[in-house]
Design a protein around this ligand. Structure first.
Ligand code: NAD
Ligand code: 89V
Length: 338
């Protein structure tokens, strides 16, 4: 399977490392409007075809999929052009700036009959997958309460300066992952209520968000995120989980410790692998990049819909929109209204 990567910035380096290690995949072309980034990345990953312009890349073709690793403002145009060019597509999160764009992107891939997967990688982290497998096994019965918590004081702005500039920050950038994990664990959502705060005076958006979700299944969950939490030890980028079910409980605690309590108690270290190209503390996220990209290849090969497809991601993106609407209006939002 031949691929082209559009966007050679901070996070695309992880995509490219992962592609190099996935059997049967070759990245044959790169595209970035920033010539210096384009050339440095082409050199690091030994890719000979380079393009400053995505139209030229797509016109030249010679690949089966594009991996869009640019920031959100460019996603709709790139996804639509890639669909028109007749290639399969992976697009980084946040998938789109609003629901209108996101629905149009899903439609474009549908019309072209091409696979569209969102690079929503947090649920692919191996500690999260371990908790998910316990839920799916039925061991703790029916979950009635879930908390997914991401609280950190890690300086994300040094690697991703644009995060300090947007009117929206933590829900759109990070909360989107944590909301997606809650959906994966206890299902789709009917209502959400949210509050937000900005603690760091040097950024434009909110860096603390607390969300209360009612799920179709009857479960309630709390999704709480903060980049203003100075804690020791620092847990970045771990998502901590508590699930109470009718027959037992699951806890994913700091340090990647998973415990399952039913009639007995089981504890397991579910630390992610440190891949040869990865570095701590990002290794958790880096491993999930490899897992989700492998999932994309498997789905395209078998002709099945990815778990984190564009269509699936509409429901996660709707939660982001609803959380902002709830925080600004001080009201509970029904997802059917988004
Ligand atoms: P970045 O700014 O470092 O890199 C983006 C690159 O895309 C830049 O080099 C820019 O020149 C290029 N670009 C933008 N528009 C383009 C266009 N139309 N054509 C060609 N090149 C274009 O950003 P980043 O930190 O790498 O983030 C990229 C995306 O990845 C964001 O959406 C971000 O939210 C996401 N991200 C995801 C994770 C995750 O774990 N899933 C982690 C970090 C970032
Ligand atoms: O995953 C992300 O989107 C990143 C980070 C983990 C730093 O929030 O921006």
């Amino acid at each position: 399977m031949k691929g082209a990567v559009i966007g050679c910035g901070f996070f695309a380096q992880n995509h490219l490392h992962a592609w190099r290690d996935i059997q049967g995949v070759e990245i044959v072309a790169l595209c970035d409007s920033d010539l210096e980034r384009l050339q440095t990345t082409a050199q690091s990953f030994d890719v000979s075809r380079t393009y400053k312009d995505a139209d030229e890349l797509l016109a030249a073709g010679g690949f089966d999929f594009v991996d869009i690793a640019t920031t959100v403002g460019s996603h709709r145009a790139l996804v639509e052009k890639a669909a028109q060019a007749g290639v399969n597509i992976i697009c980084q999160k946040p998938f789109a700036e609003n629901m209108i764009d996101a629905r149009a992107m899903v439609d474009a891939a549908k019309v072209a009959e091409k696979t569209l997967m969102v690079h929503e990688n947090f649920r692919w982290q191996s500690p999260i997958q371990a908790a998910l497998q316990v839920v799916k096994s039925g061991e703790i019965g029916n979950p009635f309460f879930c908390r997914v918590s991401f609280r950190s004081g890690y300086d994300v702005f040094s690697g991703q300066p644009y995060l300090a500039e947007g009117k929206r920050f933590i829900i759109e950038d990070l909360g989107i992952h944590i909301l997606d994990i809650a959906r994966a664990l206890v299902g789709d959502v009917t209502q959400i209520a949210a509050t937000t705060r900005r603690i760091n005076p040097n950024i434009k958006g909110e860096d603390v968000a607390t969300m209360l979700l009612s799920h179709d299944s009857g479960a309630t969950s709390v999704v709480d995120c903060s980049y203003a939490t100075k804690r020791f030890p620092e847990t970045f980028p771990q998502s901590l989980i508590e699930i109470d079910g009718s027959e037992g409980t699951i806890r994913l605690d700091a340090g990647y410790q998973l415990s399952v309590h039913t009639n007995t108690e089981k504890q397991q270290d579910v630390s992610p692998k440190l891949l040869p190209w990865a570095e701590k503390p990002w290794h958790n996220i880096q491993e999930s990049v490899q897992c989700i990209q492998q999932h994309f290849v498997d789905c395209v090969t078998k002709g099945i819909e990815p778990e984190t497809s564009g269509a699936d991601n509409l429901k996660t993106l709707a939660l982001v929109e609803a959380a902002y609407a709830s925080a600004s209006r001080g009201k509970v939002i029904n997802l059917s209204d988004v």
